[in-house]
Write a protein that binds this ligand. Sequence first.
Ligand SMILES: [Mg+2]
Length: 176
Amino acid sequence: MLGKALFLDRDGTLIVGHHFLSDPGQVELLSGVRETLHRCMAEGFRLFLFTNQSAVGRGMFSLETVDRCNARMVELLNLPEPGFTEICVAPESPSMPVVYRKPSPRFIHEMMEKYSLDPAETWMIGDMPSDVAAGLNAGVHSVLLSQQPATDESAGVWCCRDLREFYARLLTRAPV
Ligand SMILES: [Mg+2]
């Protein structure tokens, strides 16, 4: 059987967005994220983190610094095993040739292949147009988290205020 999965942006989606976050002490979960991810795992969703970290490509800090911030987030989330199935970090700066950087769908494609994920049961969730585009490019569902009122969902992209609202909608599969 094919699996179901959520690909989750980090900054502004799971944790408070800081410009070029490098201090694990500044990692702060957004409201409702911890509970929602626990519920998603209980429903059988694999979780993947998918984050652009251009500061690495820009030479501002190392991948190890990103790893330390991710580890702090994982600690705060306190998810049951396996937690995130994989943590996908795209380190390219915008001026580098794009390989993994969103809106590239490559990470999603590789993970879908590796874990036999069902595109009809896979979601890319984030707070930026590049998150939405990565999901659309990968052929999975896309969700834009925004505090602005949802206006146009004509492309099939769900607009939700936060992760909690996305999950409530997912459970009922309210028509777009
Ligand atoms: Mg973001």
